[in-house]
Design a protein around this ligand. Structure first.
Ligand code: PA5
Length: 441
């Protein structure tokens, strides 16, 4: 279960501030549940039991077994919502949650770095490889380039027929270049539902296939999301429903001039969970010249860099800690029988317990420095808890956006860079834009 503690948001946030938002929160909940709000055609993620039909879920499990039989490494090709969710889960879960036959997962298609791509292609020869290419639109340039390279590699290495048996495409049911290519080549395919947008798609085949191939229990992940769906869907009371309290608090803080939310963790394994959360919020909320800027910090590392800013810099931010209370890993500070390093007082203590004390000390120091902060606390990060957390954040994002009158489910601003890039690269149809851009370079 997730616990939400917000003592350190006082006086910026108190019960009166939240109660004043109750009518708006109720409308936001209604817009989400009824799918009648802006972007209502993209709320297919809302009930996790309805995202993937049972037959498709079985097919995902079968494909993941085939991948495990055929390969040691699955390269997942995708960008944004087509990759970050899976990476957040795969890197955020402890490895003892995965079965032994799980394969390693590598990621491609989320950049156009020649250096990184060359390294990836070089090291593939050391493993038996399968590929999962993921793109809802089927036309995104970065994964399309990576897949062109990987397809050529696979055909060269395994021959066309064997390559075909090792390539899995996750895309729209009908539209897009990837659907056409997959059909023509005869790849196994999985469907991204029409009503599920990229950054809300981790609990669809987009995330489930690589997560299952890595050996994690996707039924437990979905069960966790269902726990969350039921718990936080049971009431619209902003004071007692932690998901609504979190969403309403962040919007109230934004309205008080706190324009940045820093999601901070003391667990480096949550790096991609934070990256996924940044996309979920940044792309959903940053519209109409408004919206919170989602940032992330990893402590203790960033306490020795960003910690200074958080303690004493501009007071236009607030912090949300993402805490795991009882990690499964156990490391004890050794008793060396002396005190040469001045650490005898820590001898015999668990590292995770020391890490928790660091969180408590940091949260109070930052509060004393005028940085409002609250904490989302999970007891232990299991596959089920991860599902719960994912759905918690998705609901909170939907509610926050509706509280701010924003469509959470589109991303018109992302198109601007693509058009400029196409123009500069000479894509047919972009000639006039290319000329205008070149004049400015
Ligand atoms: O959330 C989104 O919709 C985006 O981040 C997309 O996931 C991202 O742009 C990748 O798009 P696609 O899956 O169409 O390649």
């Amino acid at each position: 279960m997730i616990r939400y503690e917000q003592k350190n948001l006082h006086p910026w946030i108190n019960d009166d501030v939240l109660k004043a938002l109750q009518p708006q929160v109720e409308s936001a909940c209604e817009l989400l549940a009824s799918r009648k709000g802006p972007g209502g055609d993209f709320i297919g993620w809302y009930d996790p039991s309805k995202v993937v039909p049972a037959a498709e879920l079985d097919a995902i499990k079968e494909a993941s077994k085939r991948i495990q039989d055929q390969s040691e490494l699955l390269v997942t090709v995708g960008i944004g919502g087509s990759y970050l969710g899976a990476r957040a889960v795969l890197e955020g879960l402890p490895w003892d949650e995965a079965s032994e036959n799980g394969v390693d997962i590598d990621f491609a298609g989320h950049h156009m770095s020649a250096r990184d791509t060359e390294m990836l292609l070089d090291h593939l020869d050391d493993y038996e490889v399968s590929i999962n290419v993921i793109s809802k639109s089927g036309t995104t340039t970065e994964p399309a380039i990576a897949f062109r390279l990987l397809k050529a590699y696979m055909e060269d290495r395994y021959g066309k027929d064997e390559a075909k048996n090792r390539i899995y495409a996750t895309t729209d049911a009908k539209k897009g270049a990837l659907r056409k290519l997959a059909t023509e080549e005869g790849y196994a395919t999985f469907v991204i539902p029409d009503d599920v947008g990229g950054r809300f798609s981790v609990l669809s085949p987009v995330g489930l296939l690589p997560i299952a191939a890595a050996g994690f229990d996707i039924d437990a992940l979905l069960a966790g999301a269902m726990d969350s769906f039921k718990t936080y869907g049971a009431s619209t009371d902003v004071l007692t429903n932690d998901c609504l309290r979190y969403a309403a608090s962040r919007v109230a803080l934004y309205r008080q001039g706190k324009a940045i939310e820093i999601l901070s963790t003391f667990e480096p394994a949550f790096h991609y969970l934070i990256e996924w959360w940044k996309q979920l919020n940044g792309e959903s909320e940053g519209k109409n010249r408004s919206g919170l800027f989602p940032a992330g910090c990893e402590f203790s590392t960033d306490l020795h860099s960003m910690g200074q800013w958080i303690q004493e810099g501009q007071r236009n931010a607030f912090e949300t800690f993402l805490i795991e209370e009882k990690p499964s890993a156990s490391v004890v500070v050794p008793d060396t029988g002396d005190d040469l390093d001045g650490l005898a007082y820590l001898a015999g203590r668990e590292l995770s317990e020391i890490n928790l004390e660091a969180w408590k000390g940091v949260s109070l120091a930052h509060y004393d420095g005028g940085m409002p902060n609250s904490s989302l606390i999970v007891e232990s990060m299991t596959t089920r808890t991860m599902g719960e957390l994912i759905h918690f954040f998705e609901r909170a994002t939907g509610i926050s956006c509706y509280l701010q009158g924003v469509n959470p489910f589109d991303q018109p601003g992302v198109e601007a860079y693509k058009a400029n890039m196409f123009a500069l690269l000479g894509k047919p149809g972009f000639e006039a834009q290319a000329q205008a851009l070149r004049a400015r370079l």
